[in-house]
Ligand binder design. Structure first.
Ligand code: XMP
Length: 318
């Protein structure tokens, strides 16, 4: 019988055997998979695991600092890297979703590579790849999500890094990864976290990404997620987020006419992200979120709710 404890024990033994005294580098994303991979490796090789957590400036509000401190509390040997400006510079002028993904992916590799080179004598690159990622990337046509949107975080590092790859979660499904994480003491706020795309808010700001738009979207998203959590809906939906639309619309505030941006709210139920239904959030909750966003986030005067399912829509708008 498969149990998370037996899996963890066997996997830690196998990793000790495989890695001996070698140094390993791993990129943490704040998500479940990379976090669980890090915990397993940490138990196997301790400080020889060097984790890198990059702030790409496209994370949720306050996420970088709070996740970084959770990682430190877990005892991980982790370096937080503020690379926000490098990402914003690379995104300047780009409006095409795939070009934005490529730019974000490229800068991530550059930043990671710079950091990895500062670790002397590193031999291995660890990745939080799970079984569904493996299937998706080897299927004949690259898998639906690979052909429709290029997922930058499934992919490798430049060849010249010549690192051997270690993927401790390669045989696990998502729910098994969560159970292993729980067994290893990963905090609930990381374990229960919604999936979040590698390019982050970069593909939830339609059109050109700027620091100012990121801030507006982070504020709106923060209010949305807070309300989902307070109402108990966060755990009932599979994924939720806000989208910054590239249009302005007329509004009125006091006796002033406004001409500001629109934020769309998205929430879906799904099993694996391949198909999804829009979530029927209660009207009262939507009303509260809309009021809070419009009253508190400067630059937004209209909120809409996305009632499209996948297919034919996708979960993300880009
Ligand atoms: P779509 O929008 O294709 O999304 O219905 C399905 C799932 O994949 C996530 N997604 C991404 N994840 N890099 C990622 O790591 C990406 O470029 C990317 N695009 C979409 C999306 O958040 C959803 O969970």
């Amino acid at each position: 019988d498969w149990t998370p404890f037996a899996f963890a024990e066997e996997s830690i033994d196998a990793l000790k055997e495989q890695l001996k005294d070698d140094k390993v580098v791993l990129g943490l994303s704040g998500g479940v998979d990379s976090s669980v991979a890090a915990l397993l490796l940490h138990q196997a090789i301790g400080k020889n695991l060097h984790c890198i957590f990059v702030d790409n400036g496209l994370l949720r509000k306050e996420e970088f600092s709070s996740v970084l401190s959770s990682y430190k509390d877990l005892g991980l040997n982790v370096k937080g890297v503020d690379a926000k400006q490098r990402f914003y510079d690379a995104l300047a002028g780009l409006t095409d979703p795939e070009q934005k993904r490529k730019a974000i992916g490229r800068v991530f590799i550059e930043v990671f590579d710079d950091e990895a080179h500062q670790i002397s004598d590193v031999k291995w690159l660890a990745q939080g790849t799970i079984y569904p990622d493996v299937i998706e990337s080897v299927s004949v046509n690259g898998g639906p999500s690979a052909t429709i949107k290029s997922h930058h975080n499934v992919g490798g590092l430049p060849d010249y890094m010549k690192l051997k790859i270690v993927e401790p979660l390669k045989a696990l499904f998502k729910d098994e990864v969560r159970r292993v994480g729980k067994a290893l003491g990963l905090p609930d706020d990381i374990l229960g976290r919604h999936p979040f795309p590698g390019p982050g808010l970069g593909i939830r700001i339609l059109g050109e990404v700027t620091k100012e738009k990121v801030q507006i979207l982070q504020d709106a998203d923060f209010i949305y997620v807070k309300n989902l959590k307070e109402s108990g809906w966060y755990d009932k939906v599979w994924q939720a987020g806000t989208i910054y639309l590239p249009i302005q619309s007329v509004g009125v505030m006091g006796d002033e006419r406004t001409y500001e941006n629109v934020v769309a709210l998205r929430a879906v139920s799904s099993v694996d992200g391949m198909t999804a239904d829009w979530s029927h959030l209660p009207y009262e909750l939507l009303a509260k979120i809309s009021n809070e966003i419009i009253n508190n986030v400067k630059g937004i005067n209209r909120v809409v709710y996305d009632i499209s399912s996948k297919p034919p829509a996708t979960i993300e708008w880009e």
